[in-house]
Structures are given as structure tokens and as C-alpha cells.
Ligand binder design. Structure first.
Ligand code: KIV
Length: 279
């Protein structure tokens, strides 16, 4: 272990984990009870991802997610977490206007919501300048390259990036530029595993993969995918460890049957008035 058991995970701890060859365990969370369970299970990093929009708010993609929605859910997560490093995701159009507005939005995750840093998609020249400005403003930044879901309208669909040599070179250069700009780690999403291995070997900061194979310094999944509680398309890279959708469906069916047949509530789930003591 690179940090004492129970101590809060810090950014330097993540860097030490990479140096020691210890894998970083990361998951998304968007609410208090989930964050509590993840934290108690020993997850190192919790991302309040803008996947919130698709996973729990029912949007078609992540584009409609607002800063206020992100702050609301990040607050719920940080209320629960004692140990894991909580990172808030900058939603679409929270960093596309001025540098001042970008820093103001990013700082809300730290000041209002209690997160320890932010994540931002992409590595264009302008994005790198914004990242430098945020780091200068003491805001820890996590990068994100490969498939960047906020570019959905350019991409047309969510698909593996970096299969062609040119695109692979660009992803590698983007990750290195992010490191130079000061990010403390980088998400590699949906890229071939040998490319992820190459990027991971080139960087001093940790890489955290999602659909990027086993050679990254850590792994992240969307929590709802992991436990079988997400609606719709499930990508190939997801491993399901539970089937909550059917567990919940069955529980609700049983409850409905019990209510309809009068089995619930019974004596054990009902209250009584105090017994009168007769004199
Ligand atoms: O929004 C999100 O949950 C993410 C992860 C999938 C990395 O960006």
C-alpha cells in the first residue's frame, strides 16, 4: 500500500502507485449511497462523470448536462466519501467560452462541491492552454483522450479510436501534451490495448483506462454498467459483476404482489398505540 490504510487518497499517492506498479481502482458515482459503498469497498478514485446525463438523468448523450447538475451530484458524492479521491467532470460548454469562465466553473467543483480536482475532455492547443491556466489556479486536472463522448456530433457514434496509425500517433502526442500541460493523470477511453500500453510507458503520470485493455496504470468503469443497472447499449469492454436490474425488478414485483394480496404490511411492519394500563 502506498498510503496508510484508511487515509485519504491524494494525487501524490496515485503517482506513487504508478511508480510501484500498483493498479489504481476507479469508478463513477453520482449519489450519496453509491459513493458510500464504493468508498467503503476501497475504490481509490471516484469520478462524478458527465455520464451522469445518460446513466441517471435519461439524456441521449452527455451534451445537455449542466454545471449545476454536476455540482449537485458531486456534492452528494463528497458528503459520503472519506478516503477516495473525488474528481468532478467538466460538462459540455463549461470550458468553451473564456478562460475566466472555465476557471470559475472548475473552481466550483472544489469550492462548492468539495471535489479534489476536475476532468476535462480533449487536448487541442486551446484546451492545453486552459489546462495550464487551471493548474496555475491550483485546480488539479485529469485529462481524457481517445474516445471523448462530448464530441459525439463530430464522431457520429461512440467507437474505438486510434486503430489507424495517424490517429494512434495523435492520441499518443495528445497524452504527452496533456502531461506537459500539468494534468495529474489521463483517462484513455476506447483505444487499442497496444496503443494504451505505449502511452502508459511514455508517461510519468498514471493512465486510467476504460476500454483500453490491461496495460494502463488503473481502470475505470461506469458503476451502473458494472452492477447491471444501466439502461440501453452496453459496450464490449464492460464486465458485469452483478445484475441489479433484475434484482430490483424482482423485488418491486414481489412488493406489488404483497401489497395487492394484503401480505404487506404485516404485524412486524406496523405500529401500535401504547397499551392503556387499567387501574
Ligand atoms: O463521464 C464519465 O463517466 C467518464 C468516464 C467514462 C471516464 O468520462
Amino acid at each position: 500500500m502506498t498510503e496508510p490504510a484508511g487515509a485519504a487518497v491524494t494525487i501524490p499517492d496515485l503517482l506513487k502507485k504508478k511508480a510501484a506498479g500498483e493498479k489504481i481502482v476507479a469508478l463513477t458515482a453520482y449519489d450519496f449511497p453509491t459513493a458510500l459503498i464504493l468508498d467503503e469497498a476501497g475504490v481509490d478514485l471516484i469520478l462524478v462523470g458527465d455520464s451522469l446525463g445518460m446513466v441517471v438523468l435519461g439524456y441521449k448523450n452527455t451534451i445537455p448536462v449542466t454545471m449545476d447538475e454536476m455540482i449537485h451530484h458531486t456534492k452528494a458524492v463528497t458528503r459520503a466519501v472519506r478516503r477516495a479521491l473525488v474528481i468532478g467532470d467538466m460538462p459540455y460548454f463549461s470550458f468553451h467560452q473564456t478562460e475566466e469562465l472555465t476557471i470559475a466553473n472548475a473552481s466550483r467543483f472544489l469550492k462548492e462541491a468539495g471535489a479534489k480536482g476536475i476532468k476535462i475532455e480533449g487536448a487541442s492547443k486551446r484546451r492545453l492552454k486552459l489546462i495550464e491556466a487551471m493548474v496555475e489556479a491550483e485546480i488539479p486536472v485529469m485529462g481524457h483522450v481517445g474516445l471523448t463522448p462530448q464530441s459525439i456530433h463530430h464522431l457520429g457514434q461512440f467507437k474505438v479510436k486510434g486503430k489507424e496509425a495517424d490517429e494512434a500517433r495523435k492520441i499518443c502526442a495528445d497524452a504527452q501534451n496533456l502531461e506537459r500541460a500539468g494534468v495529474f493523470c489521463v483517462i484513455l477511453e476506447c483505444i487499442p490495448q497496444d496503443l494504451a500500453r505505449r502511452v502508459t510507458a511514455k508517461l510519468k503520470i498514471p493512465t486510467i483506462g476504460i476500454g483500453a485493455g490491461p496495460h494502463c496504470d488503473g481502470q475505470i468503469l461506469v458503476f451502473h454498467d458494472l452492477v447491471g443497472y444501466s439502461i440501453g447499449y452496453i459496450p464490449k469492454f464492460v464486465k458485469r459483476y452483478a445484475d441489479l436490474q433484475s434484482v430490483i425488478g424482482q423485488a418491486v414485483k414481489k412488493y406489488s404482489e404483497d401489497v395487492r394480496t394484503g401480505v404487506f404490511p404485516d404485524e412486524t411492519h406496523s405500529y401500535h398505540r401504547k397499551k392503556r394500563i387499567e387501574k
